[in-house]
Write a protein that binds this ligand. Structure first.
Ligand code: NAP
Length: 325
């Protein structure tokens, strides 16, 4: 088969479509013939040599895919050859075939195109596990989402609205109209406006009950300032650096909580548990149309370098998909 290799870490042109050995399904695994994968921010870091795949994961980038099961290993129940699926991966989605632990498979939700289904696993698992499991976002609460136009943000807006929350997002102004269409009640241009002031203003001075943060150090003090009493800040990205200063007095006065999580490095059992939760609680919302995949565009997988340049420019809204065939 062919896969996107990275012989030397570097810019987008470091990605090389190469002939590689076919994957074999190990115990508890299936092989999926990939129809589409999607570009995640983490893939850019992996290409630059900063985010190696965890032990045992395929060497190629790609944290999710959709496709058709073509082989089944020992000890797999409930899945059959020919079934259309999408999957959460620890790597290897940028390829014609990938071996996947069966616990990370999801059916393609009814009403979703097989290619578009590749836009869902990583954002659904990340957003659901952090916003619902970790931060316990409740009906009537306010969620502040940084990077509303990202793959993560566009999914999180819809999920939070479907759960009965009010959503405020930060994003550059050109993306605001699209984010309001997706359900964001408040759009904040982080280049022109202070998000702390804006969140306080739109919540009548209370602040955000939950913040899903992708900026890390750069936003840490202001995120704490933007929290409501009893608020929960969950950090899932470090686009603004990893070492920030935390005023514990400010956090303590608010009885606030800060959590930080990563999905890719979790043990198989934890990923399977998250995937089960997504299937039970999120898939019905996708099938009802309340939450939809947001696809900026489809790019042939052989042109992944072009897709990486686009994502690096941040000009996309939602997911950039990579298609095979
Ligand atoms: N921990 C985990 O398990 C996990 C899993 C998945 C993703 N993530 C993280 O989640 C983040 C989003 O991932 P993705 O793949 O969905 O990313 P993406 O689509 O590439 O989007 C990145 C976004 O960052 C926004 N941004 C840049 N500077 C900003 C700033 N100062 N304030 C607010 N927004 C800003 C950009 O929007 P503008 O054009 O508006 O600037 C862009 O929409 C990444 O940091 C990624 O590493 C973490």
């Amino acid at each position: 088969m062919r896969a996107m290799t990275v012989p030397e870490p570097g810019g987008p042109d470091a990605l090389v479509w190469s002939e590689v050995p076919d994957p074999e399904p190990g115990p508890g695994e299936v092989v999926v013939d990939v129809r589409a994968s999607a570009v995640n921010r983490a893939d850019l870091l992996q290409r630059q040599g900063h985010y190696p795949p965890p032990p045992g994961a395929p060497a190629y980038p790609g944290l999710e895919c959709s496709g058709v099961i073509s082989a089944i290993g020992p000890d797999v129940a409930g899945w059959e050859v020919g079934r259309e699926v999408c999957a959460l991966l620890a790597g290897g989605g940028y390829a014609e075939r990938v071996a996947v632990p069966a616990g990370q498979l999801l059916p393609v939700p009814a009403g979703v195109d097989l290619v578009d289904a590749a836009a869902l696993p990583e954002v659904a698992c990340t957003v659901w596990s952090n916003v619902v499991q970790v931060a316990r976002l409740g009906r009537g609460e306010t969620l502040l989402l940084h990077g509303g136009g990202s793959g993560i943000g566009t999914f999180a807006i819809q999920l939070a609205v479907a759960l009965g929350a009010t959503v405020a997002v930060t994003a550059r102004a050109a993306k605001h109209e699209r984010l309001r269409e997706l359900g964001a009640a408040h759009t904040i241009d982080y280049r022109e406006q202070d998000f702390v002031e804006e969140v306080r203003r739109v919540t009548g001075g209370r602040g955000a009950d939950v913040i899903l943060d992708i900026m890390g150090a750069a936003y840490l003090p202001r995120n704490v300032a933007a929290l409501a009493t009893g608020g929960r800040l969950v950090v899932i990205g470090m686009q603004g650096g990893r070492k920030g200063e935390l005023d514990l007095g400010a956090l303590l006065a608010k009885r606030g909580t800060i959590a930080a999580t990563a999905l890719r490095s979790r043990p198989l059992e934890e990923k399977a548990e998250i995937v089960r939760g997504v299937r039970e609680q999120v898939w019905p919302l996708v099938e009802s149309g309340a939450v939809r995949p947001v696809v900026d565009r489809r790019v042939p997988m052989t042109e992944a370098a072009r897709a990486h340049r686009l994502v690096e420019s941040n000009d996309h809204v939602g997911k950039v998909l990579l298609t095979t065939g």
